[in-house]
Design a protein around this ligand. Structure first.
Ligand code: NAD
Length: 365
């Protein structure tokens, strides 16, 4: 749209844990840019269970499908039990197949590095995240073990739980294509495909073959290379400046996103987007940090910068630039920032989530 005259419609899913605090901070910063947005608030996660008895009510998906753009705070996923991740359900149900996580060093943030400008592109719909799991001890799991032993000739301990890792040609090619198109659009130089194809010759092997095939179409325009995931982790810690855009299957993408967030100073500042062919949902890399819920303590930057990505998606480039610059200035000044951005985490001058957002808004004016 790119015009301040017309109003964009955006679904706002505040989330739970620290979700409501950080998403409302982001919402007021976005509104303060002057871009007109009609927000449609939808509950998911714990608040939705309390109000509607469902963790992801149908109206949430309907609202995102209608508005095509959403911003979401983090949502708790119980470990090892309970409901399936709402975040994963949303990405799959809306086919938001590309998870985009730019990791750029911001001046004033304390880190071990001086030069980081990486972009993680994570496949969002398949891999071990597909949720195809068989509980230990069930009859169907024993049947599955029997079937797999018969088909593979490899014995499996009969007290095992089983998880299935689907990797397809179509999903692999489209995520690699997304990474290359992103690289071209954003003047990046190189795409690195990350895998474990030496061990998982069929699944990761397929991902790598697809990556090489897609890379051929961009030859001469964008450089391409691949790395085995364990080596990639070491290289990112030792010489991150050698890398540019990384493209990964779902699980490696999840893990390396947090690693890259660590390189730029932590989860409090790492933004993200889940993008499909005609809609997108913006969210921070971090989770709902339940121990900080309701304390007005955590850093709103990751959500605010997710809002910057959203403004760019809405073609509100000037507003996005202003909000990004104001956020970076507040961080560089180091005065009105949350505890995690202070040199000493116990610094009593640290401000709260909403006060940091207010300082950023004051800079915008
Ligand atoms: P987390 O990201 O919630 O928190 C880990 C630690 O990182 C926190 O204890 C805190 O020290 C720090 N941190 C996170 N966000 C911060 C912020 N904005 N400012 C300052 N520090 C921050 O990870 P977790 O504890 O592993 O997960 C908690 C819950 O969140 C789990 O239920 C998990 O499934 C869920 N989760 C949700 C999403 C999502 O909604 N997309 C993503 C990751 C995890």
């Amino acid at each position: 749209m790119g015009s301040c005259e017309l109003s964009h419609k955006v679904t706002l899913i505040p989330g739970d844990g620290i979700g409501r605090e950080v998403s409302l901070a982001a919402q007021k910063c976005i509104d303060a840019t002057g871009v007109k947005i009609t927000w449609e608030e939808q509950l998911a996660g714990e608040e939705a269970i309390a109000k509607y008895g469902a963790v992801l009510p149908a109206q949430v998906l309907d609202s995102v499908r209608k508005n095509k753009v959403a911003i979401k705070g983090p949502i708790i996923t119980p470990v090892g039990k309970g409901f399936r991740s709402v975040n994963v359900q949303l990405r799959k149900a809306l086919d938001l197949y590309a998870c985009l996580r730019p990791c750029k060093l911001i001046k004033g943030v304390k880190t071990r590095y001086t030069n980081i400008d990486l972009v993680v592109v994570r496949e969002n719909t398949e891999d071990l995240y597909a949720g195809i799991e068989f509980s230990q001890g069930l009859k169907r799991t024993k049947d599955m073990i029997g079937y797999l032993e018969e088909q593979s000739g490899i014995s499996i301990k009969d007290d095992s739980a089983i998880g299935i890792k689907p990797i397809s040609i179509s999903a692999s090619k489209r995520i690699v294509k997304f990474a290359f198109d992103y690289a071209i659009k954003n003047n990046r130089k190189k795409v690195t495909a990350v895998h474990k194809a030496n061990i998982m010759k069929e699944t990761d092997g397929l991902f790598l073959r697809c990556a090489r095939e897609v890379a051929e179409q961009y030859k001469g325009r964008i450089e391409f290379e691949d790395r085995i995931v364990d080596n990639m982790c070491m290289q990112l810690v030792q010489k991150p400046e050698l890398y540019d855009v990384l493209v990964l299957p779902n699980l490696y993408g999840d893990i390396l996103s947090d690693l890259c967030a660590g390189l730029i100073g932590g989860l409090g500042i790492a933004p993200g987007a889940n993008i499909g062919d005609n809609m997108a949902l913006f969210e921070a890399v971090h989770g709902s940090a339940p121990k900080y819920a309701g304390t007005n303590k955590v850093n709103p930057t990751a959500m605010i910068l997710s809002g910057v990505l959203m403004l760019r998606y809405l073609k509100e480039e000037a507003a996005a630039d202003r909000l990004e610059k104001a956020t970076e200035e507040i961080i560089a000044e180091g005065k009105y920032v949350t505890y995690d951005l202070k040199k000493d985490r116990n610094d009593p001058t640290a401000v709260g989530t909403s006060q940091m957002a207010d300082a950023i808004i004051a800079k915008l004016k």
